[in-house]
Design a protein around this ligand. Sequence first.
Ligand SMILES: Nc1ncnc2c1ncn2[C@@H]1O[C@H](COP(=O)(O)OP(=O)(O)OP(=O)(O)O)[C@@H](O)[C@H]1O
Ligand SMILES: [Mg+2]
Length: 232
Amino acid sequence: MMELVDSGIDGLNIMLGGGIPVGSSVLILGSYGAGKTTLGIHFTYAGLKRGERVAYFSLEERKESIMKASEQYGMDLEPFLEKNLIMMNPGAVEFVEMLKLKENFKRSIEEENVSRVVIDSISIMMMAADSDVLRRSIIMNLSESLKDLNVTSLLISETDVGQPYTSREKFAEFVVDGVISLQHIYNDRNGEESSLVRILKMRFMNHDRKARPYTIGDKGIQIMAKSDIFIS
Ligand SMILES: Nc1ncnc2c1ncn2[C@@H]1O[C@H](COP(=O)(O)OP(=O)(O)OP(=O)(O)O)[C@@H](O)[C@H]1O
Ligand SMILES: [Mg+2]
């Protein structure tokens, strides 16, 4: 039996067919405000609650902002700080430098003995690299380090509005084990917003092939895993 990791969201676990295969790296795609960081918080909290150690690399938002969001969602990460939660706020350039040598990044994770890693986001890291050659190389180093250490990871990536299934830099989707898209769809006729989550790829899993609706509320992301929004 393959060991599966709780994603932190029940509906997503159902869509995945149980959870994320341990040791997988999963790319989380979404435009601004789609809920990528919120998903990162769910995943982090799920690990911490089980007594796992988690490393969260926040390259965009300050640590305080992530803590505040987690508290608002009722998944307060603060009590785990300095214990099982390693929050890092590296600069994008600094992070790229570290990733130039695979061993550097690997060692920093290895020393902390974590089983889950979140990189929020790889987009800002990729922007700080100044050539396609370097971008390919750092994403490969990142992915291989995570694989070598058998940690389960979320690599968060921004997409352009209207391009929900490809990251801006277009390298990572081929390297990672899974790709999940979070998308807000705006209807300007009636003013409504609907949100859809779709699993585009998950190696080893016979996952849900349908997009499912989700909402972001007081408890974070909720996915209506079994409801169909498309009525034929
Ligand atoms: N308490 C809450 N209740 C309902 N919705 C909320 C709440 N807190 C945040 N949200 C929604 O979640 C969105 C922010 O989600 P999140 O930070 O996870 O997005 P993101 O995809 O990481 O965005 P970015 O690309 O800007 O980092 C807000 O724009 C808001 O719509
Ligand atoms: Mg975010």
